[in-house]
Design a protein around this ligand. Structure first.
Ligand SMILES: [Zn+2]
Length: 282
């Protein structure tokens, strides 16, 4: 079932805090766990380019990953208010998005009791919440990890088979920005000794970030005569909205501070008069 030949995009992204490492996108990729004579190892495995060190590669969650939280309790408990934005790298392959799974390999059969391992969530830093869940045939989520109720070894883990294979799941983020997610692997060896790896940090970049220019979309005239549009820009950074009647004379109409992506912005307009819009950072 491994799919090869998807294009891997490698770029470089600079944010206020400095340059991040190359981004990986649009590829079949795993967070891979192995255990051998040298102990545990957690790393990225790209089916096109091979092994990558999570310390020098970040995982890209494009804007195409943005969806609305379904209006069902199982999802609102997991992801937040119905209709709100959530960015999901999906369990089912989508050629526009990273196809990220979990794999184990190179572990001797019988090395672990019941050939069972766990990937455990240790910590998350970032601008929002993080969750991993699978979706059953009826569309119901089975939650594996979720920071909304805190992070613990006993609640936030993903079971893996120690005999190879791969699992695919949904990776959800509640806001754009950079997330540093630390995982550890653990299991009980055949001799009864429990072992947990040191945490390994994986970096996810959820777009749009500050590195991208603000954009507007879906302009329309509302019933009250005002003009409304979607502002697509990093949360919590101000954006100027400029208007012009003729594309020559421009005036600043508003300072917007988006709290969501997209953020709906409304402006007064003169009935019957055309209005051009642009958005930019101050
Ligand atoms: Zn896979």
């Amino acid at each position: 079932m491994f799919r090869h030949g998807l294009r891997t995009l490698v770029g470089r992204l600079c944010l206020g805090a400095g340059c991040l490492l190359p981004l990986v996108a649009s590829a079949h990729l795993h967070i891979q766990v192995t255990h051998g004579a040298g102990g545990w190892r957690l790393f990225l495995f790209d089916f096109e380019s091979g092994e990558a060190d999570p310390a020098v590669a970040s995982l890209q969650v494009r804007e195409a990953a943005r969806a609305a939280v379904p209006n069902a309790p199982a999802y609102t408990q997991l992801l937040g208010a119905a209709g709100g934005p959530v960015w999901v790298l999906p369990q089912l392959e989508n050629a526009n998005l990273l196809y990220l799974g979990l794999g184990s390999q190179g572990i001797a059969p019988g090395a672990f009791q019941n050939n069972a391992l766990r990937l455990v969530l240790k910590s998350v830093t970032g601008p929002g919440h993080f969750a991993i869940y699978t979706t059953d045939a009826f569309g119901n989520p089975q939650v594996r990890m979720n920071t909304r109720d805190g992070v613990s070894d006993t609640a936030d883990f993903y079971p893996l088979a120690a005999v190879g294979g791969h699992e695919h799941c949904n990776w959800a983020f509640s806001a754009p920005g950079v997330y540093r997610v630390a995982f550890a692997a653990e299991g009980t060896l055949a001799g009864g000794q429990f072992t947990q790896s040191a945490p390994v940090i994986f970096t996810f970049v959820v777009f749009p970030t500050l590195a991208e220019a603000p954009r507007l979309a879906a302009p329309q005239v509302e019933a009250d005569g005002r003009v409304a549009f979607d502002l697509i820009s990093a949360v919590g950074t101000s954006v100027e909205v400029w208007t012009s009647p003729d594309l020559k004379n421009w005036a600043k109409a508003k300072d917007a501070l988006p709290a969501t992506v997209p953020a709906r912005v409304k402006l007064d307009a003169v009935a019957g008069q055309q209005l051009f819009l642009k958005v930019r950072r101050p």
